[in-house]
Design a binder for this molecule. Structure first.
Ligand SMILES: NC(=O)c1ccc[n+]([C@@H]2O[C@H](COP(=O)([O-])OP(=O)(O)OC[C@H]3O[C@@H](n4cnc5c(N)ncnc54)[C@H](OP(=O)(O)O)[C@@H]3O)[C@@H](O)[C@H]2O)c1
Length: 349
C-alpha cells in the first residue's frame, strides 16, 4: 500500500518534499494557507532541480486542506512550518493523529522536535533537516536551488518510508543523534540574516568578501560559545566548521578556488528569511542567532555579533526596509564585537 503522507506547512519545503513524494507514489495531503492551496490546485506542482530534473504532479494527484482533519489516516507527518509556528501547527493534530505515527520535523533550528514531542508525546517524533534551498516561483513551481539531501534522526520506525524517499530522489541521511548536525546547520544558517539584510541573492552575497566576513564573525562567536558548552558540531562541509569560518575571510579569488562549491547556487536563490522579510512575516531569527545568544548567556560568554544581527532583523521585521552593503553590515558587526570585547574586559576586571 502507498504511504499516506500529511505535510503540515504547504510552503517552499513542504510542497517540494511533499510533491516529490507524491511523484514517487505516496498519497500526499498538503495542509496550508488558502492562498497557497489555491495556487497549487490551479496549476498542480512543478518541481525542478539544480541538476535539470523537472517533475510535475497534477492537482488530482494530491489533496489539500487548511486544517489537518484527516490526520488519523496519515502514516507519516512532515512538519514544514517555520519554527515560530510549530507549536500551534502541531496542536491541531492533537486528538486526531494515531498513537505511534511518525512525525518528522523538517525545520531549521535546534528545538523544534522537542516542541512537537511535548505536544504529541504518543507519536514517534524525529528531528530532521533540509540541506538544500528551495525557491518558490509563481504557478506552483518549486525549484531546488542547491545541492543536498535530508538529514534525519535514525529510528526503526522510518523503515516503511525509506523506499518512497529513495524513489523520490530525496537522499535520507540517517544519524543516530541529529543534534551535532543541527548545530552544524545552524552555523551555516547564520548566513540567513546576513543574506536577508543584504537584499541580494545568496550567490551574489556569498561572492562578496565583506558579507563573508560578517558570516565569519557570527560563526566564530557561535563556535566559541559552542566550544564552551562542549557542543561539537558535525562536519557538513568539505572542511571542518572552524576552517570554513577562517576560509570565509579569504580574498574572493582564493575563496572561489578552495570553496567554489559553496557558490554552486541557483542565481536567484535567497534565504527563506529574505522571503519572510519581503512578505512581512516574522522570521526565524530567534531560532538561529537567538540560540547562540541563549547559549552564550548559559555559559557566561557575551555574543554581541549575533545579538546585533537579531536587532537588525527585528528592525526589518518592524518595517525598516533598508538593505545593507557589505561594508555597512560589517561595520555594524565589528562595532558590536568591539563593544562586546570592552564589556568582557570590564567584567573580567
Ligand atoms: N525554504 C528553504 O529553502 C529552506 C531550506 C532549508 C530549510 N528550511 C527550513 O524549513 C522550514 C520551512 O521553511 P519554508 O521556507 O518552507 O517555510 P514557508 O515557505 O514559510 O512555508 C510554511 C508554510 O506553512 C504555513 N503555515 C504556518 N502555520 C500553519 C498552520 N498551522 N497550518 C497550515 N499552514 C501553516 C505558512 O503560512 P504563514 O506564512 O501564513 O504562516 C507557510 O505558508 C523552516 O524551518 C526553514 O528554516 C527552508
Amino acid at each position: 500500500m502507498n504511504s499516506r503522507v500529511l505535510v503540515i506547512g504547504a510552503g517552499s519545503i513542504g510542497n517540494f518534499v511533499g510533491g516529490k513524494l507524491g511523484v514517487a507514489g505516496a498519497e500526499v495531503t498538503l495542509v496550508g494557507r488558502r492562498g497557497m492551496l489555491d495556487e497549487i490546485t490551479a496549476s498542480g506542482l512543478r518541481l525542478t532541480d539544480l541538476d535539470g530534473a523537472d517533475d510535475a504532479l497534477a492537482a488530482d494527484r494530491f489533496r489539500v486542506a487548511t486544517e489537518p482533519d484527516d490526520a488519523g489516516s496519515a502514516d507519516l507527518v512532515l512538519v514544514t512550518v517555520k519554527s515560530a509556528a510549530t507549536a500551534e501547527a502541531v496542536r491541531e493534530l492533537s486528538g486526531k493523529i494515531r498513537p505511534g505515527t511518525v512525525v518528522l520535523s523538517l525545520q531549521n533550528g535546534i528545538g523544534n522536535d522537542s516542541v512537537i514531542r511535548e505536544v504529541l508525546p504518543q507519536c514517534v517524533v524525529l528531528a530532521g533537516m533540509v540541506m538544500f534551498n528551495v525557491v518558490h516561483h509563481p504557478g506552483g513551481h518549486f525549484h531546488r536551488g542547491t545541492e543536498g539531501g535530508l538529514a534525519v534522526q535514525d529510528d526503526p520506525a522510518l523503515a516503511p518510508f525509506l523506499g518512497v524517499f529513495e524513489r523520490a530522489g530525496l537522499e535520507l541521511r540517517r544519524y543516530p543523534d541529529l543534534r551535532p548536525v543541527q548545530w552544524a546547520k545552524l552555523l551555516l544558517n547564520l548566513n540567513n540574516p546576513i543574506n536577508a539584510l543584504s537584499g541580494r541573492p545568496l550567490r551574489e552575497e556569498l561572492a562578496d568578501r565583506d558579507y563573508r566576513r560578517c558570516l565569519a564573525l557570527a560563526q566564530r562567536e557561535a563556535l566559541a560559545v559552542m566550544n564552551r558548552a562542549r557542543i561539537r558540531p558535525a562536519r557538513l562541509t568539505p572542511l571542518p566548521p572552524r576552517v570554513m569560518a577562517a576560509l570565509l575571510t579569504a580574498p574572493n579569488a582564493l575563496f572561489q578556488r578552495v570553496a567554489g562549491q559553496v557558490l554552486a547556487i541557483d542565481p536567484v536563490a535567497r534565504s527563506s528569511m529574505a522571503d519572510d522579510l519581503a512578505l512581512g512575516r516574522k522570521t526565524e531569527i530567534s531560532w538561529l542567532c537567538g540560540e547562540i545568544v541563549g547559549l552564550g548567556a548559559m555559559v557566561g560568554m557575551p555574543t554581541p555579533v549575533n545579538q546585533r544581527l537579531i536587532e537588525l532583523v527585528v528592525a526589518a521585521e518592524q518595517g525598516d526596509r533598508r538593505t545593507w552593503t557589505g561594508p555597512e553590515l560589517l561595520g555594524q558587526l565589528r562595532d558590536a564585537a568591539a563593544g562586546g570585547s570592552a564589556e568582557r574586559r570590564a567584567n573580567e576586571r
